[in-house]
Design a protein around this ligand. Structure first.
Ligand code: FES
Length: 167
């Protein structure tokens, strides 16, 4: 292969990789779009009414990523779910309980996977594979209509706490 052709191929492949990278970023952004939320003095209030099933929304509470996943009917109900009307939500601090990386959500496989050491969590945040020693942490929350207020411990959170589901 002569130099010119190799150069052309290199550029073409680079271009394809670039487009792939942008598509991946776009897909990540789409699935990481936060829900409408308000942050004030250590509290984050997230309106769950616009959440779509099996789409991970990522918000922020006290500088930490927060995962919000509306569960679909095929996902196992769990005592860690936040229940609003007929809907079940998984809400957790989005940090792997092994060494604190941010796991990715794989909607096709309906699980969280941590790229750092391969740890996996199900849609309830329970660790299912790899080194994570415990489930994703449920932050203190209070349910307010279709909203969830993070940073305030409501009765549902207290119930989880006394059942040993969250610290
Ligand atoms: S930090 Fe997630 S598996 Fe190690």
């Amino acid at each position: 292969m002569n130099e010119e052709r190799r150069d052309f191929l290199g550029k073409a492949l680079g271009g394809v990789a670039g487009i792939g990278g942008i598509a991946a970023l776009y897909a990540a952004k789409r699935s990481w779009d936060p829900l409408p939320s308000v942050k004030a003095a250590g509290f984050t209030t997230i309106d769950l009414s616009a959440a779509e099933e099996n789409v991970l929304h990522v918000d922020k509470w006290r500088g930490k990523p927060i995962f919000v996943l509306k569960k679909s009917a095929d996902m196992e109900p769990n005592d860690r779910d936040i229940v609003i009307g007929e809907d079940r939500f998984h809400v957790s601090i989005g940090l792997c309980t092994h060494l604190g990386c941010i796991p990715a959500y794989l909607p096709g496989e309906e699980k969280f996977k941590c790229a750092c050491h391969g740890g996996e969590f199900d849609t309830s945040g329970q660790q299912t594979f790899g080194p994570p020693p415990s489930p994703l942490v449920v932050p203190p929350f209070k349910i307010d209509g279709t909203k969830v207020v993070l940073g305030e411990a409501g009765p549902e959170y207290e119930q989880m706490k006394s059942a040993g589901i969250t610290a």
